[in-house]
Design a protein around this ligand. Sequence first.
Ligand SMILES: [Zn+2]
Length: 314
Amino acid sequence: MSHSLKGNLTYEILTKAEREGYGILAQTCYDAQSVIALVRAAERNRSPVILQIFPVTLAYGKGPFLRFCLDASVFLIIKTLLPYPWDISDIQTRASAHQASVPIAVHLDHATDPEHIELALSLAEQGIAFDSIMVDASHAETDEENIALAQPHIERAAKCGVLVEVELGRLEGGEAGLRVISDAKLTNPAKAETFMNETGALILSPSIGNLHGLYLNPPNFRQDILKELKGRFQGKIPLCLHGTDGVSDELFRECIKNGISKINVNSAVRDVYVKSLASALQTKPFPDAIEEATEVFAGVCDRFFEVFGSKGKA
Ligand SMILES: [Zn+2]
């Protein structure tokens, strides 16, 4: 690992989880309320977590929204530890040292379009940096093309201390504002080591039969591929599971046992949150509706911390 990535929060959270055999919720947030809800849930469960946003949200809120996510992930926690009035220098010291009581990393999911990658990296160069980003070149026709597309971004990210996740193989389906891929390609573990070495990326998202969107048949994940990847990468490259809609608690646990440490969740939390917000707004004052929906979001996260075994690990 390059020197600048030493102490990277995403990497620390994931390698500790892998070592101790639990999974980390990597939850997509679309707005400020979701960010506050996720931080609230992580704090009350004493769980590490990864706060994710999509490029579409970054393009909408740009630097100010990313700064809010980064601040929320330290400030909301630290202020509860300090007597009021809070000493801002103390907060800044702790924040920059990543010493929040509950570690929360901020991650950009599925950055595919060059202008989104450029936005994330130029913000990082201005000091508003994600802990990690996914540079998704999995639409490339060959591994070589995937490497060639991803590698320059990864080198630039590393200079700012930003860790990069890549996908090897290809997942079917599409998420909010993402490119839709129709032909799934499974990850070949034998090629994965070369791929990770040549890209310089440090988180691997494998294609093991997982797909984005709803599963028409019950998910059938290739645990043999996961086990082989674990054998090759344990202690070095954390593995991330995408495409988790409708995945059972039992299957989540099996994937964690076989090497997954980062678990991307999007609509399982978002959909109940949106439904709750829409319905509460019909009958309640705005702040009350917001609070109710925030608690619904946090409540689903509470359950994931239990299922993934990360509760009490922070
Ligand atoms: Zn994904």
